[in-house]
Ligand binder design. Structure first.
Ligand SMILES: C[S@@+](CC[C@H](N)C(=O)[O-])C[C@H]1O[C@@H](n2cnc3c(N)ncnc32)[C@H](O)[C@@H]1O
Length: 306
């Protein structure tokens, strides 16, 4: 069991038991087309298969975790405390691109991250390190972009921020060793998933009640048409004999019920708000084509693990 390296909106750590209880007794390869922080993947530690996300900086990060873990760790070690002064030897030590004063190292790092590509200076390894650094030192530890794609979260208040995470990177690198990493839309799964594989879909969705009006729904640009396209892809996988498990907003209950999936409502608390009082119980559904009698028993390891 490896901890996710990044904190990511919609992370599924609280849902792990629910997801495992829908797993088939055995499967061949494991795929996660909406990877984000990969909570289930890292907990499961699959030995092969594929992961994917449309966020190119996120995927650049995981490629470096897999292929260049020691260089990534060394780069992270070279970074300073977020509250310290900007590094005078690097760009944006006084002002950002818009001429606004930069007061500390955190905002210099954020500006470097947002200045992709940094003219001649652009370096994918550094970008990967900056993503983790910002994730570990920003307010609330979340990744958020403004409409023009800039990471815009302010500095967080941590007494002792740990942005290196050397052991987590090494372990994650080992788990990712034989995993194919893609940076495209979720439909790629139709190219790679084979009979008896297992696919876990966790698309972007907003907390809402199952009675909310369906056409109002849209999260992170993932709207009604994307949801319908995802359902079509899930059905094609089902016809191919691929095991499918999907978590989604409660409003998607009927769509998957009508498509012949087993759908159950779960009340899950989602780690988006730092303020505990705002953490509403949210109706989520888990849909799967794995019949109850073919699911592994609670606590039982998949055959692939022996
Ligand atoms: C709910 S998050 C996944 C969270 C993840 N399960 C975890 O534990 O952290 C959804 C992810 O889907 C990605 N995404 C959005 N649209 C996508 C698309 N069309 N195809 C693939 N990934 C997409 C987002 O960048 C985001 O990282």
């Amino acid at each position: 069991m490896v901890s996710p390296i990044l904190k990511w909106a919609g992370g599924k750590r609280q849902l792990l038991d629910e997801l495992y209880s829908r797993f088939p007794n055995s499967y061949a390869h494991y795929h996660e087309p909406f990877f984000g922080g990969g909570a289930l993947f890292f907990d499961l530690e699959p030995s092969n298969g594929s992961i994917n996300d449309t966020n190119d900086r996120l995927i650049n990060f995981y490629e470096h975790v897999r292929d260049r873990p020691e260089e990534l760790i060394d780069t992270l070690r070279s970074f300073d405390d977020p509250e310290s002064d900007p590094d005078p030897d690097r760009r944006f030590s006084d002002t950002n691109r818009k001429g606004k004063e930069i007061k500390n190292y955190y905002y210099q790092q954020r500006e470097l991250f947002n200045n992709r590509p940094y003219d001649d200076d652009y370096d994918e390894l550094e970008e990967a390190a900056l993503l983790l650094y910002l994730n570990r030192t920003c307010y609330n530890g979340l990744y958020r972009e403004n409409s023009s794609g800039g990471f815009n979260v302010p500095i967080g208040r941590y007494s002792n921020p740990d942005w290196v995470r050397a052991e987590e990177i090494r372990k994650a690198s080992h788990v990712l060793e034989d995993t194919e990493i893609r940076n495209t839309g979720f439909e790629y799964i139709l190219e790679v998933a084979e009979e008896d594989d297992l696919v876990y879909f966790d698309p972007p969705y907003e907390p809402m009640s199952p009675t909310a009006y369906f056409t109002d729904y849209s999260a992170e640009g993932f709207g009604k048409e994307d949801q319908e396209q995802l359902r079509d892809v899930a059905q094609k996988l089902d016809e191919r004999g691929v095991n499918v498990i999907l978590s989604n907003s409660g409003v998607m209950y009927e769509m998957y019920d009508e498509a012949g999936f087993y759908v159950e409502v779960e009340g899950a608390t989602r780690a988006i708000n730092s303020d505990a009082e705002n953490r509403d119980e949210v109706d989520e559904v888990i849909a799967t084509n794995v019949p109850p009698k073919e699911r592994r028993r609670a606590g039982q390891q998949g055959l692939a693990d022996f």
